[in-house]
Design a protein around this ligand. Structure first.
Ligand SMILES: Cc1cc2nc3c(=O)[nH]c(=O)nc-3n(C[C@H](O)[C@H](O)[C@H](O)COP(=O)(O)O)c2cc1C
Length: 342
């Protein structure tokens, strides 16, 4: 294990310091204790930063999963990694997702994050199929190494009083693999498991297999959150009916559409839902951009925000034209001018 460099208080980005009040005070009530199905935001690298987490919570997400961070980078003392994990109180309950393969390093990561940020829970990435992650025996590679996966869960549980959850897929190549793997995770002490209903080999192809998530749920006593292809109220209802899960996690369906959480809650409560007007949509895009610029700074803070704009314009009338203009947006002024023309 590399030498540990203490991450001193200077390492937190100003936005997180300014928000203050970093103690969770969760009194042992776990973030997923809820009588009704949870609707949570999925961890998405480069997308679910603090700005997006805030909007998702405000618009109805019951919890936020921060994008994955590297245990190796954090225990090496990389301040940028700590900054990626930082959040503001409005995002609570917030669960920090960690990827890694060395259980001692994963436990040390939990201790650092608990001490510096005090999140509401920790999640282990056992589902990412990206080659640079899998090649280092991280992410979905852990599905093929149940003993290593179990050791990580045990070590992280021993390092914190917060719940430790796992996010995984159905298997490496066969969907049935989850039926065995989820029991390994439960036996090791995982408090909750989120299952993306595809195998590693599938990547994002085909459709999520909600039936298999339902079978996996029945194989264990711990709560299971279903993930994959939930994009609106109707798919949320179907997914919950088929899986019988304790909740659903929304990824791509929330990009450019953080209102999806309100829509889903309305559908689950049999309430009518009114989509946002163009004015409301534009106001939220500006608010998102403002929070994003506050978070990431720089003279042209919105250059990297274009990835979100493209999602906001997806499916709208004249989307192609807006997309072309979106890739020229660099500042708040540019964005205001563009939205004024819509
Ligand atoms: C851009 C992007 C980044 C992602 N990053 C992560 C990640 O950091 N950790 C993780 O566990 N899953 C990650 N995922 C997977 C999602 O959390 C989710 O499991 C997947 O997109 C399926 O759900 P969906 O159909 O609702 O999008 C990512 C997905 C996308 C599209």
């Amino acid at each position: 294990m590399p030498a540990m460099i203490p991450l001193d208080s200077a390492a937190l980005p100003p936005f997180a310091e300014a928000a203050g009040g970093r103690r969770s005070g969760n009194n042992g009530v776990f973030w997923f204790s809820s009588p009704t199905p949870l609707v949570v935001l999925a961890p998405m690298a480069d997308m679910t930063d603090s700005a997006f987490g805030r909007l998702a919570r405000r618009l109805g997400a019951d919890a936020v999963f921060r994008e994955m961070i590297s245990a190796e980078a954090l225990t090496r003392g990389n301040p940028a990694t700590l900054a990626m994990a930082a959040f503001v109180p409005e995002e609570r309950p917030i669960i920090l997702q960690i990827f890694g393969t060395d259980s001692a390093m994963m436990a040390e990561t939990v201790r650092i994050l608990d001490e510096r940020l005090d999140p509401d829970g920790f999640d282990i990435n056992m589902g990412c199929p990206a080659q640079k992650i899998v090649g280092n025996f991280n992410g979905s590679a852990l599905m093929r190494e149940p003993a290593v996966a179990a050791a990580i869960v045990r070590a992280m549980k021993a390092a914190t009083t917060k719940p430790v959850s796992v996010k995984t897929r159905l298997g490496w190549s066969r969907p049935e693999e989850i039926l065995e793997f989820i029991r390994v995770l439960e036996d090791a002490g995982a408090d909750l498991v989120t299952i993306h209903g595809r195998t590693k080999e599938q990547g994002y192809a085909g459709t999520a297999d909600w039936e298999m998530i339902g079978r996996a749920r029945q194989a264990v006593k711990i709560p299971v959150i279903a993930n994959g292809d939930v994009i609106d109220g109707a798919s949320a209802r179907r997914c919950l009916e088929i899986t019988g899960a304790s909740g659903i996690m929304i990824g791509r369906g929330a990009l450019g559409n953080p209102w999806v959480f309100g829509e889903i809650h309305a559908a689950l409560a049999d309430q009518p839902w009114t989509p946002p007007t163009t004015e409301e949509k534009n106001a939220l895009i500006l608010e998102h951009a403002r929070l994003y610029a506050e978070r990431w700074g720089g003279d042209e803070p919105l250059v990297t925000f274009r990835k979100h704009l493209i999602y906001y314009f997806r499916g709208t009338e004249g989307a192609k034209r807006w997309r072309e203009q979106a890739v020229a947006v660099s500042t708040m002024e540019d964005l205001k001018n563009l939205l004024d023309t819509i």
